[in-house]
Design a protein around this ligand. Sequence first.
Ligand code: AQP
Length: 335
Amino acid sequence: MYQDKKVVFSGVQPSGVLTIGNYLGAIRNFADFSEEYHCYYCVVDEHAITVRQVPADLRRRTYETLALYIACGLDPEKNTLYVQSHVSAHAELGWILDCYTMFGELSRMTQFKDKSAKNADNINAGLFTYPALMAADILLYQTDLVPVGADQKQHLELTRDVAARFNQVYGDTFVVPDPYIPKTSAKIMSLADPTKKMSKSDENENAVVRILDPRDAIIRKFKRAVTDSGSEIKYAEGKDGIMNLMSIYSAFTGKTMDEIEREFDGKGYGDFKMAVGETCADALAPVQAEFARLMNDKAYLEDVMIKGAEAAARDAARTMSKVRRKIGFTDPRRK
Ligand code: AQP
């Protein structure tokens, strides 16, 4: 779509207060692309309603997620920051792609299986077709690269399959995007059960460290993190809890696992957990300060939302026009 630059798209659901999983696996990396790519970063509220949300909370978290984008270094002048439901083309292309996504493919999605197990009283059609809407989000902007955590890899593969299928039937329509998954922090695990992904909607507050948690809460949660009964700080099988803490420490400090093992040689889990907690709290402090400032300026956030949605809608319209024509929808206004 942009001859001068390649395109990056990513999104975060305003389905809870974001965790260090969302931060290290996704948002922290977004700003790295701002100079070289044309970037769209979306607050995906339409995805969030696949799980029941309290309307007032959803509204507040939408503002919070946008403010966090900016607090994490995304300059609205250099990135298109907007809210998914403000650009109707997402839902429109989502429906169309529903018709090019197979029941069998959607049935194999592990996120659907996990989320339907967690929300057994609300296994709605949107939860099932979520990946087709995600494909629409990405393909609307002719995206080349999608920075996401490892949990989204399967959805990205489906997006690629849907794009290739559509292109095969109608000729080149969509760019087939590649995922960008960070090496060190692609999957931050729960502090209460290190075999499970850390998730913002987890009901156990001790399992998640949130970007906005106060310093003492961050340190307390790391102190309580579940580890094995050993005492050595080692990146080794059977030590899921320690491996997770080492990944978090490595992501914040840039140190390798070998360096971390040497740094804590002869020290116990208590010292290590304290160091991880303090490092994490130090790293998040400037983000929290900037977030607080932005949340006091609702008019600015709304201005960003409006301008972002206008720009995104303009760009999305180009893809929509192509798609509509190719699949055979009539357009009597087009001369
Ligand atoms: N634990 C994680 N480690 C690394 N990356 C993660 N991401 C999420 N959890 C981790 C990445 O964060 C981005 C935004 O995620 P999302 O809001 O679209 O939804 P999600 O993947 O379902 O995240 P959560 O926190 O688990 O939300 P809920 O609890 O609402 O389902 C994505 O790039 C994701 O990979």
